[in-house]
Design a protein around this ligand. Structure first.
Ligand SMILES: Cc1ncc(COP(=O)(O)O)c(C=O)c1O
Length: 334
């Protein structure tokens, strides 16, 4: 039950011999989406995170979290991995468990698309679907279900992606360096939505360590509490979440992983700007993306109109295939 050491090879996709499945994680290509820039002097590049093997950016954290938990002995043979998730971490954990022979239980909520729920089950584990729209401190909130289950059973390893420091570490070690290298240091801005805050925190931490002038910008859907917390300085205990439909981004409470020290600004989006954006990208560029990529691209476009020049990099977190019954279904959209 050890992990191969060199799983982060950026050349795994074109290696001459066979690779182990972990080597398919990360090393994603970057595509030029500057046609969506509002300013000809600002480039917009998107990292194709939907090409990760379970279909999202979350393979990076599942790999890091399980590898580190095995190293430290927090996770041992005979244990079951338990994870609360808006869906993508669940599929990534399910895949990572299947590779290593661990049983898993993932807990999501009713907002999650059927495609994502089916994918979480497909790797052979259990999926619990909790209600959506319940307050963050309610016992039926999907995160609290994970905490309660793990407190009761010492044979459960709780991933706790919202507070697990290995989450942001994964991006600091992989996504940040990839962006720096693929832009040859030309990146001036990084834009990402936040749920756990792992992507923006870890990538921000790396990019600022190599060039402190790089600006890190949060994209947040209307209704999420991250905006009020970061932009309006509203104390955590006074935050009130509303509802939104874009999956995987925005939050109803402040996750422990999110470190706003690395964030310089924020752009708000909403369901309609996000969904319109991905439908346009699909039709005009042939790239089928999930809703959070639409939020990110919308925010990158708004940002491009506020800066004189630069190179904005954002993340295309998952594929539109995960939302065919929703974003790409005209009846659902209405
Ligand atoms: C589709 C999608 N986009 C973006 C994110 C946000 O990433 P993070 O949790 O690193 O803030 C998630 C997280 O679940 C996601 O599923």
């Amino acid at each position: 039950m050890t992990d191969p050491k060199h799983w982060r090879s950026t050349h795994a996709r074109i290696a001459n011999g066979p690779v182990v499945p972990q080597q398919l994680i990360g090393g994603t290509p970057m595509i030029d989406l500057s046609e969506f820039s509002a300013n000809p002097k600002v480039k917009i590049y998107g990292k194709c995170e939907y090409l990760n093997p379970s279909g999202s950016i979350k393979d990076r954290i599942a790999q890091e979290i399980l590898a580190r938990a095995l190293e430290t002995g927090e996770l041992k043979a005979g244990m079951t991995v338990v994870a609360a998730t808006s869906g993508n971490t669940g599929a990534a954990i399910a895949m990572a468990c299947a590779i290593r022979g661990f049983p898993y239980i993932v807990i999501t909520n009713q907002k999650t698309s059927k495609e994502k729920i089916d994918a979480m089950r497909a790797y052979g584990g259990e999926v619990i679907v909790a209600p959506s729209g319940v307050p963050a401190d309610h016992p039926d909130h999907y995160q609290n279900i994970e905490a309660t289950m793990c407190a009761k059973n010492p044979k459960f390893y709780g991933v706790n992606q919202y507070d697990n420091p290995y989450n942001a570490d994964a991006y600091e070690k992989t996504l940040g360096p990839e962006i720096w290298s693929q832009t040859e240091g030309a990146v001036t801005h990084f834009v990402a939505g936040g749920s756990t805050g792992g992507t923006i925190t870890g990538t921000g931490r790396y990019l600022k360590s190599v060039d402190p002038t790089i600006k890190i910008v949060l994209a947040d859907p209307k209704g999420s509490v991250l905006w009020d917390y970061f932009v309006n300085d509203i104390p955590e205990e006074e935050l009130v979440a509303k509802s939104w439909e874009v999956e995987g981004v925005g939050k109803d409470s402040i996750p422990g992983v999110l470190d706003t020290e690395y964030i310089d600004g924020a752009v708000m989006g909403d369901d309609s700007s996000s969904f319109r954006m991905v439908r346009t990208v699909a039709e005009s560029s042939g790239v089928l993306l999930g809703g959070s990529s639409g939020l990110n691209l919308h925010a990158a476009r708004v940002l491009s109109s506020h800066i004189k020049e630069g190179t904005i990099v954002t993340v295309l977190c998952d594929s539109g295939v995960k939302y065919l019954s929703k974003i790409y279904n005209d009846e659902w959209l209405q």
